[in-house]
Design a protein around this ligand. Structure first.
Ligand code: KG4
Ligand code: ZN
Length: 338
């Protein structure tokens, strides 16, 4: 029910370089996006079939300055106008994180601005607050983050308060999409490609296993991936029913995510469910969540599902207004937990 410090006005520069997107954004009051610049490296990594960490950090070094300058330019602001410099501190690829953190420290030191290190997962959670309509978000709520690196379920009783209910025991949902995409010969990243291929497929054609574990709210997708692999092995490569395989795999992932989220929503009597992270742009997931959950389900806009810096600035607003500040010796934390 609480909405803390809504009156404190902030303008925050967010910087995000945890993986293969170099991003900078300026956000006002943790809600209104003044600019949101994303330089994607997807094409660069496509030939490797996945993110090549060394290549990613070098590309961040090349473009970070231009990306930050453009974010300020589009917001019609200079660094002097900002209240704080916020940057992703982890989790992520160490070489990539270092580029963003060092850029943020340079600005904070050179211009005497407060610095805040933000958890990338927390950024995804706060992408739900980046909305111009002033809808009142009430607690407690359930937050599912489904991305390339994470499948995590949290109970939020208030701002900045997270109870971890469960997470993946092996592959993250997006990772499973990417691996199965590769097995099906689809372009990288596999998630959007499977979403598209599924349009013309039958999701009931193959009945792939759903690992609805009995140990609370944990997830497992490696068995599903192996089942898809075995099914593929039974076909001649040039006769693969790609769209039926894609749709049936997607149906299994979505079924598990929705079933577990529905169970948690009922147990904790939440007022709403928030779904974020790259996989939250999946159309079948959006449809099933909306249809099967008895409470309001919110998703970020498509552009805010995948990695961006606006979500980092949005999360920073709540830390900043709560009085938190970080020091210039702040280190990156590649395995940071929330
Ligand atoms: O949040 P994100 O940009 O990066 C991480 O923090 O990991 O998520 C990227 C992941 C990739 O695994 C990608 O395949 C997946 O999100 N993804 C999707 C879709 N769009 C992106 N998965 C399923 N359906 C989609 N439409
Ligand atoms: Zn992410």
């Amino acid at each position: 029910m609480t909405q803390k410090n809504l009156t404190q006005y902030t303008r925050i520069l967010g910087i995000e370089t945890s993986c293969d997107e170099t991003a900078a954004a300026v956000v006002e009051d943790g809600r209104h996006i003044l600019s949101n610049v994303i330089a994607s490296q997807t094409e660069l990594h496509a030939k490797y079939g996945g993110v090549f960490p060394e290549v990613a950090s070098r590309k961040h070094v090349e473009v970070i300055h231009a990306v930050i300058s453009q974010a300020l330019h589009e917001a019609h602001l200079s660094i002097e106008d900002l209240d704080c410099i916020a940057v992703t501190r982890g989790p992520g690829l160490v070489g990539s994180l270092l580029v963003g953190v060092n850029a943020a420290k340079g600005i904070a030191l050179g211009r005497q601005k407060p610095l805040l290190g933000i958890n990338h997962i927390e950024g995804h959670l706060y992408s739900l607050w980046l909305s111009d309509d002033e809808e009142l978000i009430e607690f407690p709520l359930l937050a599912l983050v489904v991305s390339g690196g994470h499948t995590e379920l949290y109970l939020m009783r208030d701002h900045l308060e997270y109870e971890h209910l469960g997470g993946t025991l092996d592959d993250a949902a997006g990772e499973a999409f990417d691996k199965v995409g590769r097995l099906l010969g689809l372009p990288f990243p596999g998630g959007p490609a499977i979403d598209k291929a599924s349009e013309s497929g039958d999701g009931t054609f193959f009945r792939f296993p759903r690992a609805v574990l009995n140990d609370g709210y944990n997830f497992s997708f490696s068995g599903l991936k192996t089942a898809v692999m075995r099914t593929i092995a039974g076909y001649d490569q040039d006769r693969l029913p790609v769209s039926d395989l894609a749709a049936s795999f997607q149906a299994a992932v979505v079924d598990v995510l929705v079933t577990k989220t529905a169970l948690a929503a009922a147990e904790y009597e939440v007022s709403a469910v928030h779904v974020s992270g790259g996989v939250s742009s999946n159309r079948h997931l959006r449809k099933e969540m909306a249809q099967r959950l008895p409470v309001t389900v919110r998703f970020p806009s498509q552009k805010l599902c995948t990695d961006n810096a606006a979500m980092i600035a949005a999360a920073a607003h709540w830390h900043f207004t709560a009085g938190r500040r970080d020091f210039l010796d702040m280190d990156v934390l590649p395995s940071l937990q929330l």
